[in-house]
Ligand binder design. Structure first.
Ligand SMILES: CC(C)(COP(=O)(O)OP(=O)(O)OC[C@H]1O[C@@H](n2cnc3c(N)ncnc32)[C@H](O)[C@@H]1OP(=O)(O)O)[C@@H](O)C(=O)NCCC(=O)NCCS
Length: 195
């Protein structure tokens, strides 16, 4: 259900998303289960994985962002976790709406973003997803230099919003398309660079 909405909103059929309460941050085994699910998904998509790829996927001490050229992004919060897999670099974020700290959002956002995003929680989730796709492991200040623009009005039926994002500190970096979907008490954001 979420997967087909992401494919539709991001106009990319080769997107795979899997979400489960079992992958949630409340479950000590959840991160491992999530990596197993990624390995299963990649074996189905790509065929047998090499020993190195299997080890890379299972290494919980390192973030997983790419396997054999495929973009992977992981997120977990209390009660829900999941991953996104895409043909190029991507970002995925799951947040519990009630846990988003509006002051923290304001600290890393421009006034124009706060005005145009559907809510501070949408904005935070969108920026976290884009941050993961832009992929900087040593520069947390990047979050405030990622600007979301062109937010669509929230779709009344699907409760989803679309945005674009760019890296203000690097004019040569690609831009991408993202979406934020409301699902019960959670917001789920995905971000993908344009082909
Ligand atoms: C890295 C960050 C994006 C993770 O987000 P989060 O909401 O805390 O946690 P999530 O569950 O959504 O994401 C965690 C996953 O992201 C992935 N990840 C971690 N760092 C990453 C990075 N720099 N780029 C891409 N993916 C990353 C990992 O796979 C991780 O899962 P795993 O540990 O099971 O492998 C976030 O902590 C962060 O640094 N945000 C931006 C900077 C910032 O403002 N930090 C707060 C400072 S006060």
């Amino acid at each position: 259900m979420i997967e087909s909405r992401l494919r539709h909103l991001l106009k990319e059929n080769d997107l795979h998303a899997e979400l489960s309460a079992d992958f949630g941050a409340q479950n000590p085994a959840g991160r491992g289960h999530l990596r197993e699910a990624i390995a299963r998904h990649l074996r189905t998509l790509l065929g047998p994985l090499t020993t190195e790829e299997e080890a890379q996927i299972r290494d919980l001490s390192r973030p997983l962002t790419r396997v054999r050229g495929r973009g992977i992004s992981i997120s977990h919060t209390r009660g829900l976790g999941g991953f996104l897999s895409a043909p190029r670099a991507c970002g995925f974020d799951v947040e519990m709406v009630s846990r988003v700290n509006e002051k923290a959002v304001a600290r890393v956002s421009k006034p124009a973003e706060l005005r145009s995003a559907p809510s501070p929680a949408h904005l935070w989730t969108a920026k976290e997803a884009a941050y993961k796709a832009f992929g900087s492991f040593d520069d947390v200040s990047l979050l405030s230099r990622i600007e979301t623009v062109n937010w669509s009005p929230l779709d009344k039926d699907s409760r989803s919003g679309i945005f674009q994002a760019k890296n203000l500190s690097d004019s040569s970096s690609p831009s991408g398309l993202g979406c934020v979907i409301e699902s019960e008490i959670y917001l789920i954001a995905a971000f993908l660079f344009l082909p």
